[in-house]
Design a protein around this ligand. Sequence first.
Ligand SMILES: [Zn+2]
Length: 510
Amino acid sequence: MAKKFYVTTPIYYANGLPHIGHAYASFIADVYARYKRLLGYEVKFSTGLDENSQKIVQKAQELWKDTMVFLDEIADGSLKIWKTLDISYTDFIRTTEARHAAFVQKILQKIYDKGEDIYQGEYSGLYCVGCEAFKNERDLVNGVCPDHLTKPEVIKEKNWFFKLSKYQGFLEKWFAEHPTFVESASRFNEVKAFVERGVEDFSISRENNTFGIPLPFDSSQITYVWFDALLNYITVCQEEGEKFWDKDTYILHVMAKDIVKFHATYWPAMLESAGYRLPDQEYVTGYLTVDGQKMSKSLGNIVDPVQVAQDYDRDAEVFYLLYDAPIGADGDFSWDRFKGTYESVLIGAWGNLVNRVVSLCSKYGITEGNISWKEDFFSDFLLDYLEEKYLNSGNLQVYLQDRYRLVQSANEYITKAEPWKKYKDEATKQEAIDDLKFLLYIVKNLALLTAPVLINGFAKIQRMFGNEVLSKIDSSKNMMNDDFQKAFAMKEFTVDLKPEIIYQRKEKTE
Ligand SMILES: [Zn+2]
């Protein structure tokens, strides 16, 4: 039986179309989904939209639109964006779907029936509409929400509560026993500090909301958006009988730092209460600024991920985001660094290597890649890859930096070996041929090592090589076969070369 892997993006808030920050989280999840598929896992990859919100009703009203019409437009637009960016999700969920309401109500009833985790109480507190969350005085900076810079409203109403306080000890024990539950370590420390201060019960319903999922045991109240939203991760598992939420699946959530508190405290307690297993890991991304400034409509600096992919290359976008900053840290989308990385790494180093090797081999009629006469200097890298060393620690940046160093040494090798000179002299001709066979092998394996990230580049190399084993590999599909590892293991292989330019310099037309 194949190993199973389930990765999720957050369900994005349906008040607008995804921007580069959302694309960043989706790219990370996509890289993991593709990587695990190539290693033979059966992969589920879900994404979607968080739609049950009073704020969305307001937003639709401002636009003179029916709420569902507005939401359908956002859903259509989001799907188009993920398709353009080749996000290889298998499931897309909208929380206004009937299947979701049914599952949320089932879980609420299950927890309610336990008799001790859900209780009724009166709530009076500070509420930030922007966060859709109650706030403590200590969460505020100068009396305003630090994320929205607005003063929270005082709300007083009868609500149902989830007894999070009961799970204080459970959470502390879980964190101690799972030292990499949240990546990066600094994000995990923030979560632990939050829990150490003492978790408080939270209200799971709203009295005055009109849009959302009614509580099954009190239809006068609507389920609090966070209680409903988190459950999407299991709603999408219902059709397959929860086989991707069983003990044999590796479960990974990817999210931005503003929602880690919900994912790392509310969610584990809810799962424990409802009798479900917890996820294995949560990767938390920082915020992205643009050229050092906060992205905002008024500054006009919002980066459209589709525009970047169209003007440059989708690969350039993914590569830059993952290469420029480690997961967990706040990142910055710098146009200069983006263009610099694209030109120096993807075109200048990787593209140049591929183009030189493929065009020389093609010119000299070399149809074979071969490493058998040299030591296999890839074996360590290959081992790391197959053991999932870097990728399981969330360290995509180091992973890509190491690949880049390999590209550089291969470029140094070809520059020093000068096969184009050696080939002209009968005495050194065979040496040139051997060097090029060796370099062809290197290009093949480097292509495989970056296949989950540089998918356009990999597709071109597949076409250029025309090798049957290579051309079968498809990281967007659960293949359930070992073509990927077979391709890695090929120490001698034949190619039918058709040179193409792998990445091209773009002059952006204004
Ligand atoms: Zn807020």
